[in-house]
Design a binder for this molecule. Structure first.
Ligand code: FE2
Ligand code: FE2
Length: 241
């Protein structure tokens, strides 16, 4: 149900929680100690495509490309949400539930957008080169494929769409946390805070990456919850009636 403020306007979801330094350290350890999810064929295909385009090792430019692609399922689900909303516009209770889901998917999209902007900012500050073909055309092609797979799966087999996104988020969570573990120098590098007003400012670049990694975990858990929920509990996948 929509939360309503005193002013009578719906509240925008706050997004994943911002953690303190000790909590970020604990989150990193928890991720690195946990096994990865089992990745299905489509997920492995996406990871293979990104590895071919940007190399197998993590890095800031590769993270920027992954963030560009990460927004796509939320955009696809939002689009499906509006189609469902149009179909059920005369059923106010259901329309409200659908709209709540649309708002939630948009909040996750926005969170991924901040990740993308932060990574692009770090890539620019580091003078990291990006070519039009590898860093504009290739991610667009991967995102195009992922977008259409995401909405199609949500319509015909919603659990598969949520499972695919959970795999993508799990992969991102582990990649960020492993990157911080492999680069102890990040503990001494300051967070430039370019988007501090929107995303917060962290004690170091290491903590900034840990926070993003933890956001990915929250996204993963949201998708796993949708995956395990009964189909009728999810208004985006409710059949027409
Ligand atoms: Fe992200
Ligand atoms: Fe994510």
């Amino acid at each position: 149900m929509s939360a309503v403020t005193l002013a009578g306007r719906p509240e925008v979801p706050a997004g994943p929680p911002k953690l303190e330094p000790a909590e970020l350290q604990a989150a990193q350890k928890q991720t690195l100690d946990a096994p990865r999810l089992h990745y299905g064929l489509l997920a492995r295909l996406l990871f293979r495509a990104t590895d071919l385009a940007y190399g197998t090792g993590p890095g800031i430019v590769k993270f920027a490309m992954l963030e560009y692609i990460a927004r796509v399922p939320y955009q696809a689900w939002e689009r499906v949400g509006y189609l469902v909303l149009a179909r059920h516009r005369r059923r106010s209770a259901l329309a409200t539930r659908v709209f709540d889901r649309i708002v939630a998917t948009r909040a996750e999209q926005d969170n991924e957008q901040w990740h993308l902007l932060i990574m692009q900012d770090l890539a620019q500050r580091g003078g990291l080169r990006q070519s039009p073909l590898r860093h504009r055309v290739a991610p667009w092609l991967i995102a195009f494929f992922y977008y259409h797979v995401s909405w199609l799966l949500l319509v015909i087999r919603p659990q598969a769409s949520y499972r695919l996104n959970a795999a993508f988020e799990d992969h991102a969570e582990h990649e960020y946390m492993a990157y911080v573990a492999a680069h102890p120098e990040l503990e001494r590098e300051p967070d430039p805070g370019t988007y501090a007003a929107q995303y917060g400012r962290y004690a170091s670049l290491a903590d900034l990456f840990r926070q993003i990694g933890h956001d990915e975990r929250v996204h993963k858990l949201d998708s796993l919850a949708s995956l395990r929920a009964p189909r009728l509990a999810d208004p985006l996948t409710e059949p027409a009636c």
